[in-house]
Write a protein that binds this ligand. Sequence first.
Ligand SMILES: N[C@@H](CCC(=O)N[C@@H](CS)C(=O)NCC(=O)O)C(=O)O
Length: 202
Amino acid sequence: MLRLFHCPGSCSLASLIALEEAGASFEKVVVNLVAGEQNTPEFLAVNPKGRVPALATDRGVLTESPAILTFIAQSFPEAGLAPLDDPFSLARMNSFNAFIASSLQPAFGPFGRPQRYSDEVAAHDGLKRKALENVCVHLGLIEHELLDGPWVLGNQFSLADGYLFAFSALIGRLNLDPTQYPGILEHKGRTESRPAVKRALA
Ligand SMILES: N[C@@H](CCC(=O)N[C@@H](CS)C(=O)NCC(=O)O)C(=O)O
């Protein structure tokens, strides 16, 4: 039995969408990040990094979204969630996922938790402003260079789409100019109409 440790509205939504798309049987455990549940001894025993997502499997706990997504794609190949038999397309999907995990998400970090980046309270506003700028640069790259359309990989839906969807909410949440991101917003609308995504959001 798989158990996904997840917090609504966070990056763990990508893993939840993947499990729903795969038709997997799994248990969902909500970790309330606002209440600090990621730092409780109980959760740290699951993931010492104190972060969601974490996926408990019968072989141990997996962490890091790109790794969890690949595990789901390979565990449920019949769901067709990744181009597993095409090395180039698979690498493109992994490249997109790595960009979200290692560039877009860290760019947002100082906006959400500036205290992790400077002990100087006076520096926090500047950090948040710069974080917003950096998030816009990364979303701009997705908009203009990385999103083929209609899906990230073109005609084939893949796990990269659920991962992008988990971050496209930032446009509204951060009050970014929607006219700068028509492709991402169109992709968001298309993704949220999928039954599996509706189940993940319910
Ligand atoms: N590199 C990790 C990042 C995980 C991560 O930062 N998760 C956030 C939610 S989006 C979290 O758990 N934050 C809690 C905290 O920062 O204390 C991944 O890609 O899975």
